[in-house]
Design a protein around this ligand. Structure first.
Ligand code: ZN
Length: 354
């Protein structure tokens, strides 16, 4: 069997899953235990070379922090409440400690990617690459005093908000059918955070921002615009998805969109069920190519953070998606751009301090 095309994936919540109680921990990740969507043995099978691994903090009371739920009329209704700094800071320290342990135990097999050189090493058969990302900055104070420490620890990407309000802005509430033009954009501190990320070479992720927040980032940042895990709103009217004008704006900055695998953001009917044909995923990617061109697309799985369709039920199945795209007429250059070249271009520019 030929080696699958190596993939840089835009988003997963594997750290959160693996390092929760009964999640398998370091041995579970390294040896595989059939839990969740992503571990090392299955990543190797799927050609997953590197990815953005999110530090995502659940609500302290998980019952109040569910990601998305459906109302009586079938539409999505969830608007998770804020979480507090002390809890987020404590959980972040715990996850960083767990990650340190993983990197120590698996030295040579798993590595932190802080530079494009390290990322290229992962792509060419080296250790599995972890790009450290924060999804929702509740563990960062409004004066940003933690940011340099996190950078030192390897942070290279952050989303100011998850789908809840915090000091930096108002995350998009989950909704279907829904526009994403809901609520105010970034706070003054949120705008400072974008500038601080630009200065240090930390990527800013547009996922989970509402429309006002999206345009705030677009007007401030000096780097290509990036949404790590979103679908096309034209095909699925989820508030988390991007409309064609947003896609065009991202392409205009030479940026990139990682197409989300979450069935609720791909299906046209607003349901979360996993019996979605994989061709639906291809349709989102092809719509993005039609609007932006194939130099601005990528994959953004949301493994371990969302429901996947049955044909793409874990990371080992990534080649099934690639083969499907081939059968629909995608050539190797376009596939390679989507799988990794586009990321390398964007991160080469973004990770330079300015
Ligand atoms: Zn997310």
């Amino acid at each position: 069997m030929s080696r699958p095309i190596p993939i840089i994936d835009g988003h997963n919540d594997t750290l959160t899953r693996v390092f929760q109680e009964d999640g398998g921990g370091v041995p579970g990740f390294l040896n595989g235990n059939e839990q969740g969507h992503l571990d090392l043995p299955r990543a190797v099978l799927g050609g997953f070379a590197a990815g953005f691994f999110a530090v995502y903090i659940h609500a302290e009371d998980v019952n109040t922090g569910s990601s998305s739920s459906r109302g009586d009329d079938g539409s999505w209704t969830s608007s998770p409440p804020p979480i507090d700094y002390a809890w987020a800071a404590r959980e972040t320290r715990r996850l960083f400690d767990c990650l340190d342990e993983l990197l120590e135990v698996a030295a040579g097999t798993v590595q932190l990617c802080r530079t494009v050189e390290e990322l290229n090493a992962s792509l060419s058969g080296g250790p599995l690459g972890i790009i450290l990302h924060i999804e929702g900055c509740e563990m960062i104070s409004p004066n940003l005093c933690e940011l340099d420490g996190f950078y030192e620890q390897g942070l290279r990407s952050l989303g100011p908000v998850w789908s809840r309000p915090n000091a930096f802005g108002t995350g998009i509430r989950f909704g279907w059918p829904s526009s994403n033009d809901i609520g105010p954009g970034l706070s003054r501190e949120g705008k400072d955070l974008v500038r601080a990320c630009n200065e240090r070479g930390i990527m800013v992720d547009l996922s989970h921002l509402n429309l006002a927040g999206f345009h705030d980032v677009a007007s401030i940042t000096t780097k290509p615009l990036v949404a790590t895990h979103c679908g096309a709103h034209a095909l699925c009217a989820s508030a988390r998805n991007l409309d064609d004008s947003q896609l065009r704006l991202i392409a205009d900055t030479n940026g990139i969109v990682g197409c989300n695998f979450f069935t609720g953001d791909l299906r046209g009917d607003g349901r979360f069920e996993t019996d979605m044909p994989l061709s639906r995923m291809a349709e989102h990617l092809e719509h993005m190519v039609d609007v932006m061109g194939d130099t601005h697309i990528a994959l953004g799985s949301d493994f371990d953070g969302a429901a996947m369709c049955d044909e793409l039920s874990d990371v080992s199945k990534l080649p099934v998606l690639i083969d499907l795209l081939r059968s629909r007429g995608w050539g190797e250059p376009a596939l390679e751009r989507m799988c990794h070249h586009n990321w390398i271009r964007v991160l080469t520019e973004t990770w330079q301090a300015s």
